[in-house]
Write a protein that binds this ligand. Sequence first.
Ligand code: NCD
Length: 503
Amino acid sequence: MSLAGSSLVSIDDLSNGEIEALFSVADEMSDSLNDQSGVCQGKIMASLFFEPSTRTRLSFEAAMLRLGGRIISAVEVGATSLAKGESLADMARVVGSYADIIVIRHPWEGAARVVADYAGVPVINAGDGGHEHPTQALCDLYTLKKERRNIEGLKIALFGDLRYGRAVHSLTYALARFGAVILFPPSPGLEMPEHVLRKLTTEYKGKLIRLEAVNQKVKKGFFPLDAIYVTPSSPHQLTMLPDIPDIGVQIGLEIETLKKHGIDTWLHYDLSEGDYQIKLKKAGVDTLYVMRLQKERHAPAEEGQELKKDYPVVDKKLLKGKEFKKTIVMHPLPRVDELAYELDADPRSMYFKQAARGVPVRMALMALLLGTREIAISKEADSSVQKVDYPIYDRDSGVRCSNSNCVSNQETETRYIRPEFKIVSLSPLTLRCLYCEHEVHPQYIASSEWHQGMLATKKYHSADSHWIRKIKPENLIIFDSKSEAGAHGFKPSSYITAHRKGR
Ligand code: NCD
């Protein structure tokens, strides 16, 4: 199997087997960094970094130079025709005619997908807004493999800004696919976005156990958790939990589920008086992955109001507990105040190794995408990836992505991008944007079969009425608002629930 000609926009563009194979090429590259100058001789990499970068840009450029190729670059939107109102699609077509491979970092979510759609050469996403950063995830996974060999069953706690941290989004998907147990300590206001959590349970088919509803007053020696994600690769089958409102009963069932996954061997619960706490036993946490506050992606703070830093600092004190004795500490860098400098000399710290490994990993990736290296893929490693084929919704019915930072909402791009969504759930109706993956929950639906009868049958209904299952997916028309449905010539049916207010 060859990766030649393909792009890497999301970590899910690579199967587990392809990632494993890429790592074996990276091993070879790292053993002889100075002997690779024939691999990409004559090739040109375009390095387009429209957001600040040190590690990612320089490691990509170092990687291409070590492979014997050359580089052309643009580092500021202001210095390119994008500043004159040029679209990403036009820029991609042009740069694709100058270079053999494009590496792009851009503040808009979904920008790399658009560039990949139009460039005609392989495109690598080096970070698109708060969406994904797949090559950082590759460096992280490679480090985990080097330090811990096997990712399956590893217990990894994610700290810091999970909301806007694109690196941790790509990493979370990969960890789930490789069978890690993911721990989510509380990070108020910075929690993992719902669309990322949904993918964990729908695409990767694991179980997300949410604990946030319970009082989590932290006791000494206890580790507060919002949620735990366990993958189906654990030896036991998943237990589906009934929807039981009583929290005590629910927690009891969740403990049962954790036990079924063998997780109670390293957790201790204190269920006394409804107070639910988790204590990590001696086996502890394998990895702490830390992210800085992604200040540039948060809404600008009101004047005089600093952005709240409500996350624990990872320092010697935090790592003193028995449960952290063998824990490795990872960070994609740059750090600000969430990771203490006093840990730099600690053998558990991996962040500078992670950054250094960026060069062989990116060398291997580019050689594979350019087809100057071929790899054999292990079928066994591939079997755990299940892709879900959701129906696509791309009608021009006024439904737009709700994310103002999505590429599909930018003035220069709306001239040619039509909003496209995956229908990921019917109840409640949930559409996932094909570009940035944010979700929208439109309220009204209709069928395109209306014209079979009279004009009077051109009716729209509530998305939560029985019509959602009656209308064939290929005939489904979705509206965001009553006015949009009206503008398309549809009239309200009696299945517009009384409590809905027109928008
Ligand atoms: C990350 C990024 O740019 O998303 N940095 C990196 O590429 N190493 C993380 C960050 O900026 O916090």
